[in-house]
Design a protein around this ligand. Structure first.
Ligand code: DGL
Length: 272
C-alpha cells in the first residue's frame, strides 16, 4: 500500500528549513514533521542523551507509519545516526531507513570552494563529533576544514532574538573566531539547520567573496536521488501531498514561531 509518510525530525524548528526545500522539490509526497521542542536544544547534550532522544523520536515516527525518516538535524546526525543505522535498524526495523544531513553535504562541498579552505559552523555537539572533518576528508582529502562551534546561536534563534541588536555580539564573535583560523576560507557551511535564519546578518559579517552555504537544497537533491535509487522504498510512500506537523512542546507556541523557518503558516499538534 502506498501510504507511508516521509518522517522529518529535528530537535526543534531548524529542520523546517530543510523540510521547506524537500517539499519544494518533492511536493507530491506525504510528510510528518516532528520537532522535539520540549527537549531542545540538543547541542550541548551528551552522546547518550542525544541518541536516546533521537531514537525515541524516530520510533515515534515509525509508529506513525514512516518507512523513511530524515534526521534534519546535524547534531542528531552527528551523534545518533550511525548507532541507529548500525544497531537499531538491523535489530528491530530491517525494512525502515533513517538518513541524515552530514553525508549529503560532505559529498558536494567540493563544488563550492576554490581555495579548498572551508569553514564549518555548528553546535558544540556537531563540532566536537568531528563528523564534518571525517566525512569531508573521505570525499575531498585536499580540502582543509576549519570548525567553529556557536553554542549561543540555537538558543537565540529558538527564542526569536536572533535578529535583535543584542544578538550581534555573538554573531560577530563566532564569525571572527572562524576567520582567524584561516584568511583563505571561501566557503562557510552553516552546519546547523537553524542557522539559515541568521543569513541576513551573516551576509553583513562575511565578505561577499565568501560563499555561505545552507543545507536545504543539498539535502533535498540528495533525497530525490535516493528515492530514484530505491524504488522498493519509494513505492511504499504515500503521494497525496499531505503535511502534518507535531511537536513535543506547546503546539500553539510552535505554530506562532514555525512560519519563519518554514516560510508559510502551519498548524501543529502536540505529539501524543
Ligand atoms: N538544528 C539542529 C542542528 O542542525 C540544532 C541542534 C540543537 O538543538 O542544538 O544541529
Amino acid at each position: 500500500m502506498q501510504t507511508s509518510p516521509i518522517g522529518i525530525f529535528d530537535s526543534g524548528y531548524g529542520g523546517l528549513t530543510v523540510f521547506r526545500s524537500i517539499a519544494d522539490q518533492l511536493p507530491g509526497y506525504n510528510y510528518i514533521y516532528l520537532g522535539d521542542n520540549a527537549r531542545s536544544p540538543y547541542g550541548d547534550h551528551s552522546f547518550e542523551t542525544i541518541y536516546k532522544y533521537t531514537l525515541e523520536c524516530v520510533e515515534w515516527l515509525f509508529a506513525k507509519g514512516c518507512e523513511l525518516v530524515i534526521l534534519a538535524c546535524n547534531t542528531a546526525s552527528a551523534k545518533a545516526l550511525r548507532t541507529i543505522q548500525q544497531h537499531d535498524l538491523p535489530a528491530k526495523y530491517p525494512d525502515r531507513r533513517v538518513l541524515g544531513v552530514i553525508r549529503p553535504t560532505a559529498e558536494v562541498i567540493g563544488g563550492f570552494t576554490r581555495s579548498k579552505q572551508v569553514g564549518v559552523m555548528g553546535t558544540r555537539g556537531t563540532i566536537n563529533s568531528k563528523s564534518y572533518l571525517i566525512e569531508i576528508n573521505k570525499f575531498f582529502p585536499d580540502i582543509a576544514v576549519h570548525q567553529q562551534s556557536c553554542p549561543m546561536w540555537v538558543p537565540l534563534i529558538e527564542n526569536n532574538e536572533h535578529l535583535q541588536p543584542g544578538a550581534d555580539f555573538f554573531i560577530d564573535e563566532y564569525c571572527n573566531q572562524l576567520m582567524m583560523k584561516s584568511g583563505d576560507i571561501d566557503c562557510v557551511l552553516l552546519a546547523c539547520t537553524h542557522y539559515p535564519l541568521l543569513l541576513p546578518k551573516l551576509k553583513n559579517v562575511f565578505p561577499d567573496s565568501i560563499n555561505i552555504l545552507t543545507q536545504g537544497e543539498i539535502v533535498a537533491n540528495s533525497l530525490v536521488n535516493y528515492l530514484k535509487r530505491h524504488p522498493e522504498l519509494e513505492q511504499k510512500l504515500g503521494k497525496n501531498g499531505e503535511k502534518s506537523f507535531y511537536t513535543s512542546g506547546d503546539a500553539l507556541a510552535f505554530d506562532e514561531h514555525a512560519s519563519i523557518f518554514f516560510g508559510e503558516e502551519l498548524r501543529s499538534e502536540k505529539m501524543g
